[in-house]
Design a protein around this ligand. Structure first.
Ligand code: OGA
Ligand code: MN
Length: 356
């Protein structure tokens, strides 16, 4: 164990996590990277995406700008990490926000409120969302596709419901533009943060194929994201995630420690979504959000943050250990050795570090 860890009982990541989580006195944010400010230097490098990989029409269908207009970055020392600053077309974020708040929490998907409420009570999270202190405010996570089991920290073949088609498509276009053809969105974990929530230090390693990227979408209030290395002693880099930003963790960075120590107030961009909704252009997938639905969504994202993470669990032709491979695929990859990091507990409490 490193000497500093013996002295303080803490690793470098945990020290940084506590620093950025601190309320009194608040930390100095001047070292937090803001990709939206578009500075490139020794540490922040532009990434060239392939503008021909996704047609302009396919991008627009899911509410994205043409790939040639995306601004993507990586960080020196973080191979496979790609940060795309808000690639969403004006007027399309409201659709994704509505999906996260109205559609995805519904059955057959699973949310934290299901843990100790009857299906009839959680069925109607949205319908009851107009009153203050609602179920929506107590929503902390939703799982999609292969439902993550918070206790065993695994996915399994028999705990699956259809993955939302439109989110599959959105993820597919992002992955393709980043050079990952054939990305298959199979599991989603959606996190809902209040202004005082945080997400503890962890590695996402429950997926069986780590060669496939992990995608992360942010909406609403901003956050500080810490990206470390393969050891807790590796000091993390802090960066802002703003509404619309997309992160791709692939390559070596796919298995790096990360955390969200703090939610920070958004600037104008969240207020702008109110006017954006009206400038919606239309798309095969992204439909306009009704005024009535937007009232609820807008109120929510003015104080909260939503994060969607999308994962491919199985490699091509791979199946869960103990289950037969899918028809037509002779070879079956061996599953990982089954060790797991500490993650969130199966709980409906806020995303505090202790819950992970
Ligand atoms: C996760 C995760 C980060 C975020 O769900 O695994 O790391 O930005 N989320 O909320
Ligand atoms: Mn994660």
């Amino acid at each position: 164990m490193a000497a500093s860890m013996v002295e303080t009982g803490e690793d470098a990541f945990r020290q940084m996590f506590k620093l950025y989580k601190r309320r009194n006195p608040p930390p100095d944010f001047s070292d937090v990277i803001d990709f939206s400010k578009c500075v490139t230097n020794d540490k922040i490098r532009p990434v060239k995406l392939d503008p021909a990989a996704v047609s302009d029409g396919d991008a627009a269908n899911v509410g994205l700008h043409h790939v040639k207009d995306w601004r993507a970055f990586t960080l020196q020392g973080y191979p496979g990490f790609i940060f795309i600053t808000n690639p969403f077309l004006r007027g399309s974020q409201p659709f994704w926000v509505r999906q996260c708040l109205k559609t995805y929490p519904q059955k057959p998907n699973i949310c934290n409120l299901d843990m100790h409420m009857s299906p009839t009570d959680t069925q109607d999270i949205w319908a009851k969302s107009r009153e203050p202190r609602t179920l929506l405010e107590r929503l902390r996570w939703v799982t999609l596709g292969y439902h993550y089991n918070w206790n065993s920290k695994t996915y399994s073949a028999n705990h699956y419901t259809p993955f939302p088609t439109e989110l599959h498509l959105l993820s597919h276009q992002i992955a393709t533009a980043c050079g990952f053809t054939g990305f298959n969105a199979e599991a989603g974990i959606l996190n809902y943060y209040r202004s005082d929530s945080s997400l503890g230090i962890h590695v996402d390693e429950s997926e069986l194929d780590h060669s496939r990227p992990l995608l992360s979408f942010s909406f609403g209030q901003s956050a500080i994201f810490l990206l470390g290395g393969t050891h807790r002693q590796d000091s993390p880099t802090a960066m802002y995630m703003h509404s619309g930003d997309v992160m791709v963790m692939s390559g070596l960075s796919r298995l790096f420690y990360h955390a969200v120590p703090r939610i920070v107030p958004a600037h104008q961009e969240v207020a702008d979504l109110d006017t954006e909704r009206c400038s919606w252009q239309g798309g095969a997938i992204v439909e306009q959000v009704s005024e009535e639905d937007w009232v609820v969504c807008s109120r929510y994202i003015h104080s909260s943050r939503i994060n969607m993470t999308v994962r491919q669990v199985l490699g091509h032709g791979q199946s869960f250990p103990g289950t037969p491979p899918p028809p037509g695929h002779a070879e079956q990859h061996q599953a990982e050795d089954g060790k797991h990091m500490k993650r969130r507990r199966c709980s409906d409490s806020p995303n505090t570090e202790e819950t992970r």
